[in-house]
Design a protein around this ligand. Sequence first.
Ligand SMILES: NC(=O)c1ccc[n+]([C@@H]2O[C@H](COP(=O)([O-])OP(=O)(O)OC[C@H]3O[C@@H](n4cnc5c(N)ncnc54)[C@H](O)[C@@H]3O)[C@@H](O)[C@H]2O)c1
Length: 258
Amino acid sequence: MSETVLVTGGAGDIGRALARRFLAGGHRVVLFDRDGTALEGAARDIVGGDRLVCITADVTDSASIGEAVTRAEAAFGPIGVLVNNAGGVIAPTLASTDEAAWLADLDLNLNGAWRCVRAVQDGMMMRRRGIIINISSANATGIYGYPAYSSAKAGLEHFTRFLAVELGRHGIRANAIAPGSVRTQAWNERVAQDPEILERVKRWYPLGEVCEPEDVAGLAAFLVSPDARMITGAVIALDGGLTAGSTTMAREFCGAEF
Ligand SMILES: NC(=O)c1ccc[n+]([C@@H]2O[C@H](COP(=O)([O-])OP(=O)(O)OC[C@H]3O[C@@H](n4cnc5c(N)ncnc54)[C@H](O)[C@@H]3O)[C@@H](O)[C@H]2O)c1
């Protein structure tokens, strides 16, 4: 069944991969992003034809989201799938996190998802059908820097469980995807500064690899498919084993090579 899929933060690399994957699956896709210029670039890049609409909208502003959802539904009908993908990091350590940075990180990465759910949930409840996917992070589970971002993502995962429990009886499923490092433009910029960084980071991953944006899109497509009809309230690690444990640490603890 084809759906109207709303992806927030749609102009970023993961947002674009999500859009491509859902378009390939025959769905209609609406991208929200606060950066209108980046959205124009995404629209050119994705080539979604008449099944793609891009709307400038800010997830930290309820009025902006409300207006954008009205426009999206006027174009493509009711939102059947919401992917809360807008997110980002501000301060890397507790010492560098001032009050403004802490509040901004929570507002974007946690409250933004809450605002978007509020904007679509009545429609989903009325139709007794809806799928919500929250893009979390391995940072919600382990300590890899960025305290406010990580705390917000941990909150997003708990919010996901609340959605599953309270909205399940209305035919709505809610799950979170928790990626480890995903090779996006931000990582490319870090590699330009420090060519070895990605290789050093990969050593912490039991699979020795980091994700591509398409890995996130593939899991999201599965969560929207009928095969996932009984999956709700789950937080799915997509992290090459990062949060399962450290190979180096396990070797040290057991005193044996493997
Ligand atoms: N890249 C990674 O390594 C990685 C790892 C784990 C989780 N994630 C998560 O994946 C999601 C997408 O990340 P990405 O790497 O594609 O990031 P990105 O920075 O490439 O894209 C994020 C997009 O969100 C938009 N955005 C920011 N604030 C917004 C707001 N207030 N309203 C609307 N749009 C806003 C930005 O303009 C940008 O286009 C995020 O939630 C991020 O936390 C990323």
